[in-house]
Structure formats: C-alpha cells, structure tokens
Design a protein around this ligand. Structure first.
Ligand code: CP3
Length: 413
C-alpha cells in the first residue's frame, strides 16, 4: 500500500474535498469527531483529495488527516499548550491510569505489566478509566517508556514495586549496535489501541509519549532503576562516543515510536526524561540536549504540541525548553512563577502540585492547588498537573474533586 508521503505528496499540500470529508464522517458510526475520522481514514482505499488546489483521486493509506478542521483544537488542553486563551485551566494527571484506581487493579489482576501494554483491549480500557472517572482535559496513552525497547527485542521486564529490569545491560559498542531501529510493524498494538481510543475519546485529546534519551539510557546501562545513575554517568563522562551513539539510537527509537502514536491519532506528545535531573546544566547541554532536540525537531512537522518533563529538573528548565518543547513540565520543587523566569518566552508550562499533597486533608489540597493556579497565571499557557505521577495511595475521589476545583477556580477568574 502507498502512503501520501511515499507517493511524494507533501502533507501541507493536501486538502480533503468536502465530499471526502462528508464520506469519512458518515463512515463514523457514532459521531463525527475528527479522531474518528482519522481512524476511518486509515481504512479508506480510495479518496478524492485536492493537492495544491487540483482535484486528484488517491488510492492508498491515509495515516492522518491534518487538514480537516479539528474539534480537538478547541479543547482547553490543546489551547493551553498553544498559549491561546482557554475556557478554563485544563488538567490531567501523570499516571492518572494506574494503581490508585480500583478498576485498574481489577483489570490488571494476574496480568503482567508488559503483557497489559501489548494488549489493545487493556490499553483502551485502562486509558479510558481515568477519563470516565474524572473530567480530565486529556487522556494519556497507557503504556510504558520501555515498551518500544521490548518491541525491538530487548529482554526486559517491569517488576512490580521495582520498575523496568533489563536482562543484559548495555555497556559497550557491540551492545549499542544491537539496538535496532523501531518499525511501525513492531508495535501494531499501539496503532490498533490508539485507533480505538480516538473513537472512544471523542473530543478529549490523547497524549502519546516516549522516554527521554537519558532516562532510557539509564535503565539500559544500569540494568534497572538507580538513584544515582553512576554507571550511566561513567559512560557519559568517560566514553562520550559510545554515549552519543547510544543516545542517538534511543532518540531514533523515540521518534519512530512517537510518529506511530501521532499517525494513529495522538494529539500531543510528552517526552518523559524523568531521571535527567541528576545532570548539571552544562552536561545536559553537551550530552543530552542534542538528542532530545533531535526528537522534538523530528516531530515538529506533525504539528502536535510537544511536552518535555523530568523530575528535579529545576536547573534544566530553560534548556529543556530550548531542546524544542512547546510545553515545559515542572515538578513541585520550583514554583511556576519562578519556572516562567527560567524558560524562554514562547513556552507553556505544565505542573506542578506535589503528588504527596493529595494525601493531606482537602483544605490543604485546595489551598495548594489555588497557589499553583495563581503561579500558573504568570505563564503564557498553563496545563495543571502534578509535579510527578499520582501516588498509588491516592484517593481517586480527591483527584475527581481536584479536577472540578481547578476547572471552577479558573473559570471564576
Ligand atoms: O501516566 C499514565 O497514566 C500513563 C502510563 C504510564 C506508565 N508508565 C504506566 C505504568 C506512563 C506515562 C509511564 C512512563 C514511565 N515508566 C516513566 C516516566 C514517568 C515517570 O513516572 O517519571 C518511567 C520512569 C517509567 C518506568 C517505570 N514503569 C516505573 C518507575 C514503574 C513503577 C514500578 C512500580 O511498580 O512502582 C513502571 C511500571 C508502571 N508503568 C506502572 C504503571 C501504571 C505500575 C505497574 C503496575 O501497575 O503493576
């Protein structure tokens, strides 16, 4: 099958004719949301399009339909990412799908994490769970940062209570060379699940994600979670050539994985470089930023907002923006008004309530959330989130109440 790109047609020159749009919409059984159109579009073999103003008839696969007026664009989440006026401050929570939800624990019972991440039915169900429960403004794809590594043949597992564990850590050139590129065919379950999700989600945008190069390198080099990333830094400092080759391959894998997600219907992407906060700004600039920049640059033509997050990255916020993010994620250590001073103009911010605050009485949660909103107002765009993932002990009712609170407080202004 051909795609528009392989037929040599530039996406920006393609307009769907009104008839084609109507045809696609009528093929959507439940509604006419664009997510649905994108999904149906992939199945269509024959479509009338205009290329640079001239009508053409096209046979092949349409990966996505970027030129159709998009109802998701009006979503508060995408507007805030694009630093446009919002009806209310949008909110979603990192790890909103996970162990804090009884319905998550129920569907995951007896199913290993990596198996759940490869089953479209479970991916769809778990991604939808928080969206059903909370009025969050975005969904995040249920997966894990190590899924694309497993998909290219790395022997790894996610151990409960531990995290990703790699059977043969990558510490030399031969091991780096075995990291092959990711092909869309390696992750058919991602394409299938996102196709389903864009239908189920209607107007709620889906965030796709990938692990950042430092964080993935750390898991691969250490062989598992590490607090200090000693071996990782030893290679970063001591074998810069090997380090650059490893991070370059990881960047290419992230690019391929993110493109699969965006082509399937993800409306924004987030790079989780969760553990990069242990690196100094100078070393970040020298040894990590070029690889993160490669990822953000490759995604630019896709036109989706790009979010960049890490834990303990207060000293790196400016550089993480510089790497090419549209939205910089901030953990709870730096107030958002200070984060505004640390990033260049032209960036939105995401964050940053300490997840542990949700374990305190509601009055404390409300007061602290109000502060986050006040500081967030100094940013050009603000997506409310936690400073890191939802803790498993969090009461889902508190997250529901917090979502409503953020919406009401931000409308009232
Ligand atoms: O945010 C979401 O709701 C989407 C799902 C998501 C998961 N992992 C599901 C998951 C996302 C975005 C991730 C990314 C991820 N995975 C990161 C970056 C985000 C962050 O937290 O900084 C990292 C560092 C990982 C690696 C990883 N995977 C860890 C540290 C763990 C936790 C280990 C544990 O048991 O405490 C995992 C497993 C994991 N990924 C779980 C979930 C819901 C828990 C597994 C389970 O439920 O058994």
């Amino acid at each position: 099958m051909t795609s528009l790109e392989s037929a040599g047609v530039e996406r920006s020159h393609v307009r769907m004719t009104p008839g084609a749009i109507a045809g696609l919409r009528s093929a959507c059984p439940k509604d006419s949301h664009n997510g649905r159109v994108a999904r149906v579009a992939r199945r269509i073999r024959h479509l009338s399009l205009e290329v640079a103003g001239d009508p053409v008839s096209f046979r092949g696969t349409i990966q996505s339909v970027p030129d159709v007026p998009n109802p998701h664009e009006d979503s508060a989440f995408l507007l805030a990412c694009r630093r446009r006026p919002v009806p209310h401050t949008p909110v979603w929570f990192m790890r909103q799908a996970g162990r804090s939800l009884p319905e998550y624990r129920e569907v995951r019972a007896g199913i290993p994490m990596m198996e759940a991440c490869a089953r479209p039915d479970l991916i769809v169900e778990i991604t939808m769970q928080p969206v059903r429960r909370y009025a969050v403004d975005a969904a995040i794809f249920f997966s894990d940062i190590v899924v694309p590594l497993k998909a290219i043949g790395i022997d790894l597992d996610i151990k409960p209570g531990v995290g990703p564990v790699i059977a043969d850590p990558i510490r030399d050139a031969a091991a780096v060379d075995r990291l092959r590129p990711l092909e869309p065919g390696d992750v058919p379950f991602v394409t299938e699940a996102i196709g389903e999700l864009t239908c189920e989600l209607g107007g709620t945008p889906l965030i796709g994600f990938a692990g950042g190069p430092f964080t993935l390198a750390s898991y691969l080099i250490e062989g598992g979670p590490s607090k200090t990333h000693d071996r990782t830094k030893a290679i970063m400092y001591g074998e810069p050539g090997l380090w650059a080759r490893l991070l370059d391959r990881l960047a290419d894998i992230a690019i391929a994985y993110l493109k699969v997600q965006v082509d399937a219907g993800a409306r924004a992407i987030q790079i989780f470089d969760s553990w990069v906060g242990g690196v100094s700004p100078e070393d970040y600039r020298r040894s990590v930023l070029p690889h993160s920049r490669k990822i953000f640059t490759a995604l630019e033509p896709h036109g989706v907002p790009r979010i960049h997050f890490g834990v303990g990255t207060g000293e790196l916020l400016g550089l993480m923006g510089e790497a090419g993010a549209d939205v910089v994620g901030v953990d709870w250590r730096v107030p958002l008004d200070e984060a505004v001073r640390r990033v260049d103009a032209g960036k939105a911010l995401q964050g940053n309530l300490d997840p542990a605050i949700l374990l305190a009485p509601w009055d404390v949660v409300a007061e602290r959330a109000r502060e986050v909103l006040a500081h967030g107002r100094t940013a050009e765009g603000h997506v409310f989130n936690l400073g890191h993932g939802v803790l498993p002990a969090t009461d889902p009712d508190v997250l529901a109440r917090l979502t409503d609170f953020v919406h009401r407080e931000s409308v009232a202004r």
